[in-house]
Design a binder for this molecule. Structure first.
Ligand code: ADP
Length: 674
């Protein structure tokens, strides 16, 4: 017989499985993977398209916002003094056909003198003040002069004259060595006349501020000085009235001459002042110089059908601004320079809300150097796409992305979800298939091993009775057995061996029938006691030479069961045969038959080698043989108990085993009464 090594068979099966399942599986997985990737690419394309539409919408909203913004400014409303003073409007001016410009509103630090609304009063002194000046400067009668000025303060109705008198009074306090009074008065002037100009050109609040600083300095009032210098700088940064550049320069320089120490707060305001100064100069150049801003076709808004509305980005002098200009029918041009970051901030909330209707969009806006102007990002790790702002706006970037759905959400989305399911399913099937194949291979191989063991066991079992029958037959045939007594012993031994053979063959045939479900039972009413008495009689006869004592516990009443005679006899035979085989040195076997209410209990007990707990679980399995009998060289085929169990169950009964190694085993069969 050709025997194959189970190890190489396993390898072969795994190889076939690999070729038949894993290879196509890998191809399928690859295809599914490709599918997912394609799907992803499509999705990304779609996503990009969506974001593109969003960005276009975003920019057109900025456009229309700007158009609205400038259209609100009608020349008429401006000329009537109702010009918009929005915090984002840096300058707003009109220019008529002749090119003359009129500044309507602005956020400049100072103005060029030609744009100042009031021309400085060249006549600095009014007649009324002359007397005071004489007293102060020529006669140097300070207290009289002071009285004179104070008198004017009380009497005059002319605000310009009042300011002059107040400033002169404060100056005189100083001259009269009353710095405290002087300081108080200057403080009053600074507060009450912050928007006023002295002699129509000098900002009073700055004069007062500067004088206060001087007094602080003389008197060594450090704390006051730093406080006052801050107020002074704030006044320069946010001028309460319009004055010209020379004034600004003068006051700025005077401050620097007085305050030389470094101060963090002051320095930051000064830095801001420097920036604002550059801006102011730049904006003044726009206002006064010719054609600093050139408008070309690209600067016209698309929505503006007359081509009379233009927008030019300004990226100069630290400004990110737009130059927005509109020509009206009567050739009057309205122009505004808008601080774009400020303007954007005022409209950003509305813009972003529109952009982000489903709240699934991440938005970032960066300026030309990559500084983040605006950010609303809930997840950083998405595919951001950036869009340049249109060329008529500052060179900012709109960076948007759509939030990716979570893994589970993506799984349940059609398209990718299906692929993913297929992907997972294939992988799962492959793993399960592999596990199943491995399990089947192992079971099959184990069974095969048991089967071949079974064949060799059965052959051995068949061989020894056959050999002895043959030997005895030969001896008888050659008349080598002399006495009649010996002859009859030979005949009886041959009979016994052939009976054993026939039981063995019965077992094998029955087993094969049971395996194929062909086993038939012929049920009749059976008296088990009667059957058992006869069985034990012949059994005792068979084994009389081995010296066994078989104790039979007979029932006291007759109980019938419905059963197949041959099958039940086979049960007796197999259990009894095992008890004898595994008795070891013990020579006692107890057989009990005891009818109970609805069933009859039949048991065979020996006092032999016993069965380990581990083996007890398996002894009813096909071909299973305990380790110990094999070691001890006890013959057997491993199907006896399998057949017993099947027969008992076919009769509606059960079989149980109780055993302890070295102490013996008790097999109990319970069958229902008929
Ligand atoms: P076998 O032909 O090996 O007897 P069985 O199916 O009848 O096959 O029994 C299966 C195994 O159960 C035996 O190999 C043995 O290990 C164990 N066995 C059965 N009966 C007994 C017993 N009375 N005492 C000890 N072991 C037993």
């Amino acid at each position: 017989m050709k025997s194959t090594n189970p190890g190489s068979r396993r390898q072969k099966i795994i190889l076939y499985y690999g070729l038949a399942v894993i290879l196509p599986g890998i191809v399928l997985v690859f295809l599914a993977y490709r599918g997912i990737r394609n799907d992803q690419a499509l999705r990304e394309k779609e996503n990009r398209r969506k974001l593109e539409i969003n960005s276009q919408d975003f920019f057109s909203r900025i456009d229309s916002g700007l158009v609205e913004f400038i259209k609100e400014q009608t020349t008429d409303s401006i000329l009537a003094g109702k010009g918009k003073s929005d915090p984002s409007v840096l300058i707003l001016f009109v220019e008529d056909a002749s090119g003359s410009k009129k500044l309507i509103s602005h956020q400049l630090l100072y103005l060029p003198s030609e744009l100042l609304p009031i021309k400085p009063e060249k006549l600095m002194q009014s007649i009324g003040m002359k007397e005071g000046q004489r007293l102060e400067y020529i006669e140097r009668r300070f207290s009289d002069a002071l009285r004179f000025y104070q008198d004017i303060v009380l009497k005059t109705n002319d605000p310009a004259e009042k300011i002059r008198a107040l400033v002169s009074s404060a100056r005189l306090y100083n001259k009269m060595n009353q710095p405290e009074r002087a300081e108080n008065l200057y403080d009053e002037i600074r507060k009450d006349y912050s928007g006023s100009l002295l002699n129509g050109e000098i900002p009073v609040s700055l004069i007062a501020g500067l004088e206060i600083l001087k007094i602080n300095q003389v008197r060594g009032e450090i704390d006051e000085m730093s406080n006052n210098s801050r107020q002074y700088l704030e006044l320069l940064l946010h001028p309460p009235c319009e004055y010209d550049k020379n004034q600004f320069d003068m006051f700025y320089q005077s401050f620097k001459d007085i305050i030389r120490e470094k101060d963090k707060l002051n320095d930051s305001i000064i830095a801001e002042l420097v920036t604002q100064r550059t801006r102011t100069d730049y904006l003044i150049r726009i206002l006064t110089g010719p054609n600093l801003i050139t408008i070309n076709d690209n600067n016209h808004f698309k929505g503006d059908n007359n081509g009379q509305l233009s927008c030019v980005p300004i990226n100069s002098a630290g400004l990110a601004a737009v130059y927005l200009s509109r020509i009206k029918d009567n050739d009057v041009q309205l122009t505004m320079v808008i601080d774009f970051p400020v303007y954007f901030k005022s409209i950003s909330e509305k813009l972003i809300k529109k952009l982000d209707a489903g709240s699934s969009i991440n938005v970032k806006i960066e300026d030309e150097i990559g500084k983040v102007i605006f950010s609303k990002v809930s997840k950083e790790e998405t595919n951001f796409i950036s869009f340049q702002f249109p060329e008529y706006l500052p060179q900012w970037e709109l960076i948007i992305s759509e939030n990716k759905p979570g893994f589970i959400a993506a799984l349940f989305k059609t398209g990718r979800g299906i692929y993913l399911f297929i992907f997972i399913l294939i992988a799962l099937l492959m793993v399960l298939g592999f596990a199943f194949v491995m399990y089947s291979i192992n079971t099959e191989l184990r069974l095969n091993k048991l089967k071949s063991e079974f064949i060799s066991n059965v052959s051995h079992e068949l061989k020894s009775p056959l050999t002895s029958i043959r030997m005895m037959t030969e001896m008888l045939y050659h008349k080598r057995v002399e006495t009649e007594e010996r002859k009859s012993a030979y005949y009886s031994a041959m009979l016994e061996e052939s009976e054993h053979l026939s039981h063995l063959l019965d077992n094998i045939l029955d087993f094969s029938r049971m395996e194929d479900d062909r086993k038939k039972y012929d049920f009749t009413d059976l008296d088990l006691d009667d059957l058992l008495v006869k069985f034990l009689e012949s059994a005792r006869e068979r084994i009389k030479e081995q010296g066994f004592e078989i104790r039979y516990n007979r029932p006291d009443k007759v109980s019938l069961i419905r059963g197949d005679r041959d099958a039940i006899q086979q049960v007796f035979y197999n259990l009894f045969d095992n008890a004898i085989k595994f008795s070891g040195t013990s020579r006692i076997i107890d057989v009990t038959l005891s009818p109970q209410d609805e069933e009859i209990m039949f048991s065979v007990k020996d006092y032999g080698i016993g069965i380990s707990a581990k083996d007890q679980e398996k002894i009813f399995d096909r071909f299973y043989r305990g380790d110990k009998p094999q070691k001890l060289g006890i013959k057997g085929s491993g199907i006896g108990l399998t057949i017993v169990k099947q027969i008992v169950e076919a009769h509606g009964g059960i079989i149980e085993v109780e055993s302890e190694v070295g102490k013996g085993s008790l097999f109990t069969v319970r069958l229902p009464l008929s």
